[in-house]
Write a protein that binds this ligand. Structure first.
Ligand SMILES: Cc1cc2nc3c(=O)[nH]c(=O)nc-3n(C[C@H](O)[C@H](O)[C@H](O)COP(=O)(O)OP(=O)(O)OC[C@H]3O[C@@H](n4cnc5c(N)ncnc54)[C@H](O)[C@@H]3O)c2cc1C
Length: 324
């Protein structure tokens, strides 16, 4: 049986749950469908840069956002959205275990960082192995680090680490660094960065936390170096197969959004890491989730002939100008 909601949200990461809080609080029927609770928040044991909390953790933030969303009457189900289609009633959402219909949808499916693929990698995650340099480099002030990865991701990782760490090994497969010429020139000038071309990371060692990595070069020579942290910057996967026939996707494989989380489809809004917004961080995902949620609410209110919530207005009464 198809279950009907006014708004369906795909993804229970910070973007989807924030959208849910803003929709459910307006007393509109709302369902969040997600594979899991929290998304990438589950990869963050120590969270330092979420405004309003001095120190938190990703899972704790996920649980708080979930409780806040449910407290306004929103519903949450664990399932995988496989396909979204238009129908005469609005939008039909086919998930692996059930089917739903909605007047508006907020897409917040986020992304998943790619692994390097070395043995032991997962056992060192957040114990020396990291997948987001802009998030975790500040934990490595004055310490020895290495970064391995591809193109622009690796260059950015090298620059950010060089500002924090005492030493950075920059490991890459090719003979020369690839990407932006200015960034390459800047990295080559850094005294604490050692370039390690034509190489890959063969193995990781340590008792409890990462202590050393073994680097293998193209000639088969191995060297083991002591490091406190290894940053893996191999890009991320965004999977939009379930909706790419309905919304415009940019050349980076992200959902193209404009202000208020609008996509190229009038009834579909989007927020978070799977969209074209810059600076993929939690606070940005939450803010954009709130905007996309309110846009979805406005869309369903307009279908009912109601005004919704204005995003901005200005009124002049006599000599006074009011902004809202
Ligand atoms: C290792 C790491 C550390 C980080 N540290 C920080 C930090 O310290 N500070 C910071 O601000 N940011 C940090 N970030 C970035 C931050 O986690 C992301 O910007 C944020 O989680 C994006 O939120 P989101 O809701 O867009 O996506 P996600 O968190 O990726 O959540 C997406 C959700 O959608 C679900 N989903 C996907 N597809 C489907 C589908 N088809 N059907 C149903 N559900 C689906 C997923 O299961 C998931 O629950 C870090 C990221 C990583 C990888």
């Amino acid at each position: 049986m198809v279950q009907n909601y006014e708004v369906v949200i795909v993804g229970a990461g910070p973007a989807g749950l924030s959208a849910g809080i803003f929709v459910a609080r307006q007393k509109v029927s709302c369902l969040v469908i997600s594979k899991d609770l929290g998304g990438q928040l589950n990869l963050i044991p120590k969270l330092e840069n979420y405004p309003g909390t001095l120190m938190s953790s990703g899972p704790l933030l996920a649980k708080t956002l979930e409780s806040q969303y449910l407290s306004f009457g929103g519903e949450l189900t664990y399932d995988t959205v496989e396909r979204i289609e238009e129908d005469s009633e609005g939008l039909r959402i086919k998930a692996s275990r059930s089917e739903y219909s909605a007047k508006a949808i907020v897409l917040a499916p986020g992304k998943v960082p790619n692994n390097l693929g070395v043995e032991n990698e997962t056992s060192f995650a957040n114990k020396g192995v990291h997948y987001c340099t802009k998030c975790d480099a500040p934990f490595y002030q004055g310490r020895v680090t290495a970064a391995v990865g591809v193109g622009g991701y690796l260059l950015e990782s090298g620059i950010l680490l060089s500002r924090m760490a005492s030493k950075v090994y920059l490991i890459y497969k090719g003979g020369a660094l690839g990407g932006d010429k200015d960034l390459i020139a800047s990295i080559e000038k850094k005294e604490n960065v050692q370039l390690v071309p034509q190489s890959s990371v063969k193995s990781l060692s340590g008792t409890g936390t990462l202590q050393s990595i073994t680097i293998l070069d193209n000639s088969g020579k191995e060297q083991t170096v002591q490091v406190d942290g290894l940053f893996i910057e191999m890009g991320s996967k965004i999977n939009l197969d379930f909706v790419k026939h309905l919304v415009k996707i940019n050349t980076k494989g992200e959902i193209e959004v404009t202000e208020g989380g609008k996509t190229s489809h009038p009834a579909i809004f989007a927020a978070g890491d799977a969209t074209s917004i810059p600076y993929k961080q939690i606070v940005a995902a939450c803010g954009d989730g709130a905007s996309a949620g309110l846009s979805a609410f406005n869309y369903v209110e307009k279908l009912k002939g109601r005004p919704g919530i204005r995003s901005d207005w200005k009124k002049t009464i006599g000599d006074s100008v009011f902004h809202y």
